[in-house]
Design a protein. Structure first.
Length: 191
């Protein structure tokens, strides 16, 4: 659900004033309130985070589950408070510690996973896909719990996502940014 006030462009400065018990994102200066996740969504998220966190133990990269603020600044935005794209991906993996501050992540995570619901399909498949590609997110997964599918997009040398790889509940996914990390989807979709 979005709110609008006579063409006002919202920024990270506004985001910081929102109630802490509400989840908001701002896309191109327009705020969107996030729906509460379902139990199935949370089960899928927990298992993905578990597998990834186990792998990342004692490694420089860290996994951050939602709620976790990610700011995607444009080169024209002079300071962090002017940023007009603030997202809360379901899962973010960040390898550059300099991007992490007390407010979340300032810049593109190395990997993002979004777990879609009927209300987020367009946002995750189109709007966020384009934002993540433009920001330089190296790997983007869209997880569909109802269909038990995962679509994987990997940033290519031309800074565009390549051909979509689609996986089902019986598959294992090798994470492109960590070639020795394999996610077993049978565990992710068991519920």
């Amino acid at each position: 659900m979005s709110i609008s006030q006579e063409n006002k462009e919202y920024t990270f400065r506004d985001y910081l004033t929102y109630p802490e018990d509400e989840r908001w994102e701002i896309i191109d200066g327009v705020p969107f309130m996030q729906a509460s996740p379902t139990p199935v969504h949370q089960e899928v998220l927990t298992e993905l985070v578990r597998q990834m966190a186990n792998y990342l133990t004692d490694k420089p990269c860290k996994v951050f589950p939602a709620p976790f603020c990610v700011r995607l600044p444009l080169s024209t935005e002079k300071n962090e408070y002017e940023v007009k794209n603030i997202v809360e991906p379901d899962i973010s993996i960040i390898c550059d510690k300099a991007k992490i501050d007390d407010k979340g992540c300032n810049g593109a995570p190395d990997m993002i996973i979004e777990i879609i619901s009927p209300s987020s399909i367009k946002m995750d498949r189109v709007v966020k896909f384009n934002k993540y590609e433009k920001a330089g997110v190296k790997e983007y997964w869209i997880v569909e719990p109802d269909q038990k599918l995962v679509s994987v997009f990997v940033l290519q040398i031309n800074q565009r996502y390549g051909r979509t790889e689609i996986y089902t509940e019986d598959d294992k996914i090798t994470v492109s940014i960590f070639p020795d990390l394999v996610i077993d989807l049978i565990d992710v979709f068991t519920s």
